[in-house]
Design a protein around this ligand. Structure first.
Ligand code: GBP
Ligand code: ZN
Length: 264
């Protein structure tokens, strides 16, 4: 996929390519990269846009997210590499905890949100421009479009807190950038849980068209996820009922179990 300027002309923009997501402050051309697994390619894209990469935001310790950190440190001396304080992220220079803030360039603020369960120290990064405008969140393998990450290092209680409380409390228009393009499969699964959800049906048709045209289905928004992502809809009594559960956490556990066993 060729790099694309996805949105936010003005204070900042997000460059998305198959290699990494890049957040760029328009005023200073300073940039941050999220989970840069192939630093050579990432830096080539950054250079071609005149971007000076100052920092790395690592969502979690898995190699397909943190595996490029040592290399990018060699290529960009002095670069800061952020990662969750309890996640043991390769090459991490600056450990972050829930609520820690980092700034980038003139206008960008980055807030660390601890979103454990996929890994125990997983961090999602909430990014805003001047005056809290243009919110975006980089959710790694915690929140996928219409899905969520496997519970490798945590419980359904933790995933409920991460997805439905921490991420679910962000402003509705917040753009959601996740770590993998699983959208079509996730929406097909979502329809096994809620066959009559019109928004899910419509989004599946849209996502299939996007993929056929070689386009990404990312970003989504928190609002769209609340409408279509079964894992984020477990507060709804009708959804709990559909999966034979009596509480949000019990429903989340049941939906994850069904997804783990679903063959597609
Ligand atoms: C698919 O759909 O492509 N093969 C399947 C699933 C995130 S990557 C692949 C899969 O298991 N993906 C992981 C996940 O959480 N999926 C959600 C879901 O299936 O609903 N990873 O690469 C995964 O985290 C990894 C790396 C895992 C190192 C463990 C270690 Br250790
Ligand atoms: Zn992972």
């Amino acid at each position: 996929m060729t790099p694309e300027m996805l949105f936010f002309p003005g204070f900042y923009r997000v460059l998305a390519s198959s290699e990494a997501l890049q957040i760029v402050d328009e005023g200073t051309k300073e940039g941050a990269v999220v989970d840069p697994v192939e630093p050579g390619k990432v830096l080539e894209v950054a250079n071609s846009h005149g971007v000076d990469v100052k920092l790395v935001l690592t969502t979690h310790h898995h190699w397909d997210h943190a595996g490029g950190n040592d290399k990018i440190k060699q290529l960009v001396p002095g670069i800061k590499v952020y990662g969750g304080s309890v996640d043991n992220v390769k090459g991490c220079t600056d450990k972050v905890d829930n609520g820690d803030k980092v700034s980038l360039g003139a206008d960008i603020s980055i807030l660390s949100l601890h979103t454990p369960c996929h890994t125990k120290g997983h961090i999602s990064y909430y990014v805003t421009g001047r005056e809290d405008e243009h919110p975006a969140v980089f959710t790694g393998d915690t929140l996928f479009i219409a899905g969520c990450g496997k519970f490798f290092e945590g419980t359904a209680e933790q995933m409920y807190q991460s997805l439905c409380v921490t991420l679910g409390s962000l402003p509705k228009p917040t753009r959601v950038y996740c770590g993998h393009e699983y959208t079509v499969k996730n929406l097909q699964f979502a329809l096994t849980v809620e066959p009559d959800n019109l928004r899910t049906q419509q989004k599946l048709t849209w996502a299939q068209n996007q993929r056929q045209a070689g386009q990404p289905t990312i970003p989504s928004t928190i609002e769209e996820e609340m409408e279509t992502n079964p894992f984020m809809r477990v507060d709804l009594p009708e959804l709990q009922e559909k999966v034979g559960s009596k509480s949000p956490v019990e429903a989340l556990k049941e939906i994850r179990k069904r997804k783990d066993n679903w063959k597609g």
